[in-house]
Design a protein around this ligand. Structure first.
Ligand code: SF4
Ligand code: SF4
Length: 390
């Protein structure tokens, strides 16, 4: 099935059944593929510590072979990331077209520096359905400070505008950090005025260079207040908000709001990907991350090697890797997550648990258990999960 038909099917599923993607258990519905470690920025919080290209990054033939295996395993969507994926633009365009041929929908996360109208059109023509571009503050200086290169705010805004002008769906990714926390409402207003209607709010997972700015992670109080704010905002806007970077239950809260207000979020790519599998953190269950050199991680925020596609087939890694199989057994979880009534439907962010404790099975320190209870999100009544792909 081509990707056009697949998107149509997803839209119909949403409209008629109110459901997103549905797959057999342990199907890698979504894959994030970091095509290079090279980057033209040096963001202070970069979870992959991007700088230069790795000497042994996959070539087109190897990547196409991996995509064939993904298609056979049931992958529905592939997200190109990096580093900065547009530093390998021709590679990405070739693979996007190939994905389109084999029926995998593609999206891309980019810092936006290399996107102008011409590039936006090239991406769209290659079949890429949406671009994620970061805006971390509406104060250009704060954004540039975090991205570590002056002028990036202006360029990111220009990239968003170019994509919107070319009718390419834009999802703005935005970091929720302690110091800039109070400007989030203004940030959302700014994005709405730009014409953006999908925002993925990132909660810092201290991985890579993110470890060095760990003190900038939101406090638990801010985290809860942010979710309450997004809930309230979701009631009054057709913009779609998701939380990524380790808040595996947020989309369920958002759907509860829509149910109680008898409203529906717009038909946007993010919404269409909401998955009808109640698994919470889907690292290794419905999702994995392919690294530039062929390593496979359960999640981009959980940098533990499950295998390498040059040494083993992707199918073999997906089916037989010890770490992936352990992640699929929620009774293997430890600490608070292991004993929790939401264990099967949330499971905590395994990436954050690993980053903060050194054990990927331990307690997620950013747990929102109390909020779930207050919001009447019942453990066995969690129906959907969101696009949490780092
Ligand atoms: S480990 Fe799980 S919850 Fe954390 S970012 Fe990855 S998919 Fe999301
Ligand atoms: S303890 Fe918290 S993070 Fe862990 S499974 Fe329960 S609700 Fe989720």
């Amino acid at each position: 099935m081509g990707t056009g038909l697949k998107l149509l099917e997803l839209m119909l599923r949403q409209k008629l059944l109110g459901k997103g993607l549905e797959g057999d258990p342990n199907t890698p519905l979504i894959v994030s593929y970091a095509v290079t470690k090279a980057c033209n920025l040096r963001c202070l919080h970069c979870h992959v510590s991007a700088n230069e290209a790795m000497p042994n990054e996959l070539n087109v033939r190897e990547a196409m072979h991996a995509i064939d295996e993904m298609a056979n395993l049931g992958t529905e969507a592939l997200i190109f990331s990096g580093g900065e994926p547009l530093l390998r633009k021709d590679f990405v365009l070739t693979l996007a077209e190939y994905c389109d041929d084999v029926g995998i929908i593609t999206a891309m996360l980019s810092n936006g520096l290399l996107i102008n109208h011409k590039v936006a059109l090239e991406l769209k023509d290659a079949g890429i359905k949406a671009i994620g571009i970061p805006i971390d503050s509406i104060d250009p200086e704060s954004h540039d400070k975090l991205r570590n290169v002056p002028g990036t705010f202006k360029k990111a805004v220009a990239a968003i505008q170019a994509c919107l002008d070319m009718d390419l769906e834009v999802i703005v990714t935005t970091m929720a950090l302690k110091d800039t926390f109070n400007e989030i409402p203004k940030r959302i207003e700014f994005l709405a005025n730009l014409g953006v209607d999908e925002v993925a709010v990132y909660d810092l997972v201290p991985v890579g260079r993110g470890k060095d700015v760990m003190d900038q992670a939101m406090t638990q109080e801010q985290r809860v207040s942010l979710i309450r704010y997004l809930q309230a905002k979701q009631e009054e806007t057709e913009m779609v908000f998701t939380m990524s970077g380790g808040q595996p239950l947020y989309p369920e809260i958002a759907m509860e709001i829509h149910k109680s207000h008898d409203t529906k979020p717009k038909d946007l790519l993010l919404k269409e990907f909401w998955i009808h599998n109640a698994v919470g953190c889907h690292a290794g269950i419905l999702y994995f991350s392919l690294r530039p050199d062929g390593d496979v991680y359960p999640c981009t925020f959980l940098p533990i090697k499950a295998g390498n596609i040059r040494e083993q087939s992707l199918t073999d890694i997906w089916r037989n890797s010890k770490i992936l199989n352990t992640l699929r057994q929620r009774n293997a979880l430890k600490g608070k997550c292991g004993a929790c009534e939401y264990r099967e439907t949330c499971g905590g962010c395994r990436g954050r648990a690993y980053a903060c404790t050194g054990d990927y099975l331990e307690t997620d320190p950013a747990c929102l258990h109390d909020l779930m209870v207050e919001e009447n999100v019942y453990p066995n009544n969690v129906k959907r999960f969101g696009w949490c792909v780092g």
